[in-house]
Design a protein. Sequence first.
Length: 403
Amino acid sequence: MTPSRTRSSYRRRRAVVIGAGLTGMLAAAALAEVADEVDVIERDTLPTGPRPRQGLPQAHHAHLLWSGAARAIEALLPGITDLWTAAGARRIPLPTGLVSMSAADWLPRWPEMQFVLACSRDRLDSVVRGRDLAHPVITVHEQADLLGLTGTARRVCGVRVRARDRTETTLDADLVVDASGRGSRAPRWLAALGVPAVREDAVDSGLAYASSFFRAPAGSEQLPIVNVQSDPRRPVPGRTATIVPVEGARWLVTLSGTRGGQPTGSADAFADFARLLVRHPIVGDLIPRAEPLTDVRISHSTVNRRRFHEKLATLEGFLVLGDAVAPYNPLYGHGMSVAAQSAHALRDTLRAYGLATHGLARRVQKATAHRVGTAWDLAAGQDILYPGASGSATVERTGPHGG
Ligand SMILES: Cc1cc2nc3c(=O)[nH]c(=O)nc-3n(C[C@H](O)[C@H](O)[C@H](O)COP(=O)(O)OP(=O)(O)OC[C@H]3O[C@@H](n4cnc5c(N)ncnc54)[C@H](O)[C@@H]3O)c2cc1C
């Protein structure tokens, strides 16, 4: 229950979010319903509009937002889907708008059952950010570095921040949400307060991504997503190739390969990889029809990692969401879905219990754990099959009643 606030007992409620990526911005939107202030601490300089930024290097690679994630974000930010499509995102029906060779065979192109939103990640994030920045309760502190947490081993009370002008400040908060992504330093911040280390599992298939933007050939405006997947049952490195039509009449072409079969950053070898090394040459045959617009960019940020923050049974005031709790191999395309569903769970819990309720962070961390667990099972369970994969796919299943 939300505690009633009489005039004499009123205290301003503040939440701090670490990271202004997609998870951070969605968490901020959820928190803005119940907090008087939501302060988002972001290390990066945020561009106005859909421009690349240092803190989001994965934006150079194909990002698909599945309908489940789009619906969860729409529930948090009503009208966002229209804003995305007005900004050039394509709503592509599934499986109708997908030409895809799965591990088994070509997928049938049945009438729409689900959809994806196809646009660049910079565009996707800039629209969400624009909505949040217009909210009177949300303040984003750019070029601000998080130095650590304040509090004790049982309760996080706020954060220490170095601001853009190098001054150091402390922000007290009812709740601190870590949404600082794959490189989260939460284990270190918590250790400094004396909090016991959380268990961490990892599975690494050695996957590398290579991507480049192309100008789409004239007349290809309605091109479906074209994708050739690997087959983890075959004892060879898994290689894939995908064309995602994005805003600005461009194709974002992404190749991937697991250990022993990675693509390189060579523009000359790009189409050949898709034509000769992937299970079917369709993507490689299409690439020469388009004009390259960028260099080939590589990403090795593909290790599946899971930190079991939900097992910290007694810690109050601190919540970890998005890639900060579990980044996955991006090939499965569900990082943003888990982030969106987790922010949705945060909103529902805040609506039910308010911001300053005892046990709030634990409640949300547990509510999100089964979503994280499902995504982990899929990604880690498959990746461990590829030659040279390291880690262990044995996971603690966290079903709806588990965790
Ligand atoms: C190559 C690639 C392709 C992908 N494709 C897909 C896809 O198709 N579909 C999908 O759903 N997912 C995909 N993903 C996953 C998706 O990118 C992530 O799940 C998503 O970005 C997670 O968002 P986040 O906000 O948790 O983290 P991030 O996007 O990493 O944002 C973290 C933010 O925190 C900031 N930050 C970091 N440290 C600090 C600090 N100490 N202080 C202050 N700020 C800090 C960063 O600057 C950044 O702004 C892909 C990932 C990769 C690498």
